[in-house]
Design a protein around this ligand. Structure first.
Ligand code: AR6
Length: 170
């Protein structure tokens, strides 16, 4: 079973088994939450990321958390919302980010994982649609993995994002 929680905070402050990074395909850092995670984790993170050979959109890779309170960082690459002719393609890729992150959580026996609202910043995915896609992807994963007990922390940085998730979860 998945246990869903909602917090409004900076994801780099969370003491959890893993935080998820909304990265780009180079995995070498950037702005937004990616920049914040790299700054907080320190230079060793970049050194490990250099060895990973990038990451495709919708896929996920894991590193250690270094200076973060979180043990691991799961790096996933969300879709650029306007990069696809069909919004369904973007939706499927966004869902895949959540599902592939959960597959890594299962593989590494992680019990708590914090997600930011992937793709809703620089990549332009509308908040509400992104929240719905993330929730439905996680519910689908839960259905296919009924024996897993993992706490999911939706981490919102803005009030709007927080309110959107609050409506979904209640
Ligand atoms: N903690 C939690 N959430 C955050 C934080 C934080 N410290 N900082 C931002 N957010 P974005 P994207 C929220 O732009 O849209 C990078 O340059 C933010 O409010 O970080 O997937 C990468 O390298 C928003 O709701 O990621 C890529 O090039 C959400 O995190 C590109 O941006 C995602 O916003 C990825 O764009």
């Amino acid at each position: 079973m998945l246990n869903f929680q909602l917090v409004r905070t900076d994801i780099t402050k969370l003491t959890v088994d893993a935080i998820v990074n909304a990265a780009n395909s180079s995995l070498l850092g950037g702005g937004g939450v990616d920049g914040a995670i790299h700054r907080a984790a320190g230079e060793e993170l970049l050194a490990e990321c250099r060895l990973l050979g990038g990451c495709k959109t919708g896929q996920a890779k894991i590193t250690k958390g270094y200076q973060l309170p979180a043990k691991y960082i799961i790096h996933t690459v969300g879709p650029v919302y306007r990069g696809y002719d069909d919004p369904l393609q973007a939706e499927n890729l966004l869902k895949s980010c959540y599902i592939q992150s959960m597959e890594l959580a299962k593989k590494y026996h992680l019990k708590s994982i914090a997600f930011p609202a992937i793709s809703t910043g620089i990549y332009g995915y509308p908040q509400k649609e992104a929240a719905q896609a993330s929730f439905s992807a996680l519910k689908e994963w839960e259905k296919n993995n009924p024996d897993e007990q993992i706490t999911i922390i939706f981490t919102c940085f803005s009030n709007l994002s927080y309110q959107t998730y609050q409506e979904l979860l209640t």
